[in-house]
Ligand binder design. Structure first.
Ligand code: BG6
Length: 521
């Protein structure tokens, strides 16, 4: 149904293809009618991820006719101008198969439908008066997406509250979505949560961690709790250690203003890496209901001991070569102080003190300008109680590993010993691989589709609760405090390497080694 006043986009271009209106797959309900208000309409997140994700949701038939989007920003613009630029942007996406969002053709029916529902409003989203005017056109359900820098979270929510827009009309919802960073340490996270909770109820707040939008991350729960072959051995009796890696080849690029004050630990650890940790280590929830899942994560986070500063390694990349391209040192990047001690790499050992995991170290690491882009969780098992079979080479056979391949390879790899063909009984390490493209048709997906759909439907399973965030900060707080006290300067590592030597020593101390980030999976 086209509402009166909706403009059809003017552009009709060759990369658009026309089809019928899509319908939702059977058994899946479209989201309820809703106005999505995006603060930060001109920002990168809106353009690169939110609009493409909404397009994908419509392609899947999951947006209702009573859906509309109001883009809000400070700059002068018109609805037509905003639509035209987004139309051009969507067309551009068809030209770059390596982009986050790529599809060879934009479905014209779908894009017209979505574009006709876009309206632009110029407003200061920290001004209650401006928001009151904006709100006069919003009835019923509304989601306010704060696609804006973190310093605006509290003032924007306060203004929404003062404008009366967070009050839920009978039988309707009002929700607010915020992205990380949720604070920069334990105290600021607590302050932010208490600000938000002075205006909103917890169930109105949807804190996005985009790692939870990744299929391979959601699959960890499916794998563990939807099968019987993994869970019985998923504990200290069989598992020796768990390694979580998020290695990136990208550098600080043009993000120095953000990254200098943030660093690898704050950027990745208490959020993305802790979410991976939760998926792999939490107890089975009583059900898949949002609060049960989030409570299970919380119980796990509360069992992690505060990290010991001596179990944390910081690194900073110096000049090197990443994938055959020369890379300047972090300190020589535009906007970075020449004596910066911001870490671009961090590794740590965490201890989970519960019956399942006591004594099983969790090693986690993340870094920029590394030799390979790779996110994975390696579950390394204990060695068999006795060695019946010699190895095919001089080394003892490696332990069994289950590797959860998050990205760019998506799947699960199981490594185990098999008999090498020949007259002798000798073992070699072999791999059994499940890969997503071997089983599923690849649909365009930027990772925000499920998150947006779930938020519209009120399903908070994949979003973080206030206590989850605070507890994660509490675990890493000792490292932040010790760095603040000047106890550790980052150790240099060459761009294009696997990180600083001290990270290898962290595991060597325990008689272990990292799973190689360049090796075959
Ligand atoms: C973001 C960080 O949250 O996650 C970035 O701010 C990082 O520094 C990014 O590069 C990694 O996410 P993905 O999905 O690209 O692996």
């Amino acid at each position: 149904m086209m509402k009166e006043g909706y403009l059809m986009p003017r552009a009709r271009i060759s990369t658009f293809a026309q089809t019928d209106q899509p319908v939702a797959p059977s058994g899946v309900k479209p989201a309820p009618d809703c106005t999505l208000v995006i603060f930060g309409a001109h920002g990168d997140l809106t353009k690169r991820l939110l609009i493409p994700a909404l397009y994908d949701l419509k392609v899947s038939g999951l947006l209702p006719d009573g859906f509309r989007i109001i883009g809000v920003d400070n700059a002068e613009d018109t609805t037509e101008g905003w639509r035209d630029r987004l139309t051009a942007m969507m067309e551009n996406f068809t030209k770059d198969p390596s982009a986050e969002f790529y599809t060879p053709k934009i479905d014209e029916t779908v894009w017209n439908w979505l574009s006709a529902r876009l309206t632009y409003a110029r407003a200061d989203f920290t001004d209650p008066g401006a928001l009151r005017d904006l709100g006069s056109g919003i009835n019923g359900n509304a989601v306010f997406y704060l696609a804006v820098p973190a310093r605006f979270f509290a003032p924007a929510v306060e203004a929404l509250g003062k404008a009366g827009l967070t009050e839920e009309p009978e039988n309707h919802f009002r929700r607010v979505v915020i992205e990380k960073p949720f604070g920069t340490d334990l105290q600021s996270a607590k302050d932010l949560n208490s600000h938000l909770l002075s205006v909103l109820k917890e169930e109105q707040i949807f804190r996005v961690d985009h790692f939870l939008g990744k299929e391979t991350v959601q699959n960890i729960l499916a794998m563990r709790f939807g099968n019987v072959i993994f869970e019985p051995i998923w504990h200290r009796d069989y598992i020796d250690n768990i390694q979580i890696t998020a290695a990136e080849t990208v550098t600080v690029e043009s993000r120095a203003a953000f990254y200098e004050a943030t660093g690898a630990l704050r950027d990745m650890v208490p959020n993305h890496l802790f979410q991976l940790l939760a998926m792999v280590a939490m107890e089975p929830p009583a059900s898949f209901a949002p609060e049960k899942v989030r409570t299970s994560k919380q119980t796990l986070f509360e069992s992690i001991l505060p990290v010991k500063p001596e179990d944390v390694v910081r690194g900073q990349y110096v000049a090197g070569t990443v994938k055959d391209m020369p890379v300047a040192a972090y300190r020589d990047s535009p906007g970075v102080a020449s004596d910066s001690d911001t870490e671009t790499y961090v590794a740590m050992k965490l201890e989970v003190q519960n019956w399942r995991w006591a004594g099983v170290p969790f090693y986690i690491r993340t870094g920029k300008a590394m030799s390979n882009r790779l996110a994975e969780i390696v579950i390394e098992f204990r060695v068999p109680p006795l060695t019946l079979f010699p190895s095919a080479d001089a080394h003892s056979p490696p332990p069994n590993r289950v590797i959860l391949n998050v990205q760019p390879v998506q799947g699960v790899t199981i490594c185990f010993g098999a008999k090498k063909p020949g007259p002798e009984m000798r073992l070699v390490d072999v791999q059994s691989r499940f890969r997503y493209p071997d089983f599923f048709v690849r649909e365009p997906n930027v990772g925000y589709e499920t998150l947006l759909y779930d938020c519209l439907c009120g399903d908070a399973t994949l979003f973080q609760r206030a206590d989850n965030i605070e507890t994660a900060w509490a675990v890493v707080e000792p490292a932040l405090e010790s760095w603040k006290a000047g106890h550790s300067a980052p150790e240099p590592y060459a761009a294009g390497s696997a990180g600083p030597r001290a990270a290898d020593e962290l595991l060597a101390r325990d008689g272990r080694a990292w799973h190689p980030i360049d090796g075959q999976v």
